[in-house]
Structure formats: structure tokens, C-alpha cells
Design a protein around this ligand. Sequence first.
Ligand SMILES: NC(=O)c1ccc[n+]([C@@H]2O[C@H](COP(=O)([O-])OP(=O)(O)OC[C@H]3O[C@@H](n4cnc5c(N)ncnc54)[C@H](OP(=O)(O)O)[C@@H]3O)[C@@H](O)[C@H]2O)c1
Length: 204
Amino acid sequence: MRIVVFGASGMVGTRVVDEASARGHDVVPVSRRDAGRGTASLDVCDEVRVRALLRAADVVVSAIRSRPGEEASVPETTAALLAAAAATRTALLLVGGAGPLTSPDLSTTLVIDDERFVPARWRSSAMASLAQLQACEGHPAAWTYLSPPAILEPGARTGIYRRGTTTLLVDDAGRSHISAEDLSVAVLDEVEEPAGIRHFTVAY
Ligand SMILES: NC(=O)c1ccc[n+]([C@@H]2O[C@H](COP(=O)([O-])OP(=O)(O)OC[C@H]3O[C@@H](n4cnc5c(N)ncnc54)[C@H](OP(=O)(O)O)[C@@H]3O)[C@@H](O)[C@H]2O)c1
């Protein structure tokens, strides 16, 4: 498949590019700065160039993250990607945040409001992920939103993960975590065999 990956210079995006390349896909990495490895340099709001890229793609994966302090831009960048995906009829998989998930043992509480998983220093980025999901909801694009667990960081590729729906997954010790490598395995599993579920999560 031809897969465009936005955020290709970032923590998640580099690993999605690696996983997709290892599986033999035709990968088009994208970020604003040239990160090497054939990265296309453009902003997701560059409507003309983004649509040209997507017209030649089967799937677009977004691993875009706003810089700290620029979280207010998230609905705009998400809307730009959604519009381009809809206009070009390209399936869009967004790697978003854990914030919009429901807390594991508090069915009326979102993770953004649960300080066990979102300490105060993460709150603005968690709020941005809620706004990101809200930008998707009701949009005609063929979008899927992947919420990571509370902790997503570089680590090992085990190829093993659990898949959930819209409730944060925790392990037996109460930890909610996955490596960016294994999250990328889940991204490619979904790209290759879409489950048809709009919002899902994965974790160990
Ligand atoms: N537990 C959690 O919920 C959790 C934890 C970590 C990450 N995440 C999510 O995972 C996703 C990826 O995060 P990350 O940590 O991998 O991000 P990151 O390392 O900060 O990388 C962000 C990427 O986005 C690109 N980018 C930002 N604005 C852009 C724009 N307007 N146009 C094109 N590219 C743009 C950056 O490239 P340039 O700078 O070159 O533009 C970079 O490649 C985000 O949605 C983030 O919220 C969730």
C-alpha cells in the first residue's frame, strides 16, 4: 500500500515509517522540516500539496503533535487533514491522545479529568486530544482515531499488545503503557486490516 505518514520526524511517526517500511509498504514520510529518509517537507495546512500527496495514496497516517504552547492549533491542523482526506477519498488514521478515553474504573470520568493518568503538566496536551477527536466526530472523511494508553514512549518492539475500545487499558499492576514501537505495530495492523471501529485504544 502507499502510505503517507505525517509527523514522520517525531517519536511516533519515525516508528510508524519504520514499521510500514519493514512490512514492504510504499511509505511517504512528511514533516515540516526535512528529516532525511526522503521526507517531504510541508505543513499539513498546505492544502494544494497535501491533496496532491493524498491523491496518490491509499492511506494517510497522522502522528502530528503541536509544539508545547501551540495546542490551540490542533483543531485547525486536524480539520485540514480531515478535509484533504475527504476530498481525496483517502482513509485517515490519526494517532491521537489518551485524554478522550473513559477512565478504567470510573465510567463517567474521562481520562483528561483523572489525575492518576493525566497529571497537571499534561493537561493542555490532553485537552488538545479531546478537541482533536471532537473535530473528527461527524466529519464525512473516513477517519479512525487511535488513543494511546497513558504512557507512550520509545522502547522495544515486542509485536504484542491488547486492543480496546474507548476505555483506557491498564495492566494488572494498574499501569497504562505501550512502547511507540508496539503502538506502530497496532497502527499498521489497523491500516492493513481496518476493524471498522472509529475510536479504539491499545496497550500492554
Ligand atoms: N499518552 C498519550 O496520549 C500520548 C503520548 C505521546 C504522544 N501522543 C500523541 O501521539 C501523536 C504523536 O506524538 P509524538 O510525541 O510522536 O510527536 P512529536 O515527537 O512531537 O512529533 C510531532 C511531529 O508532528 C510534525 N508536525 C507538527 N505540526 C505539523 C504541521 N502543522 N504540519 C506537518 N507536520 C507537523 C512534526 O514535524 P515538524 O516539527 O518537522 O513539523 C513532528 O514530525 C500526537 O497526537 C500526540 O498527542 C499521545
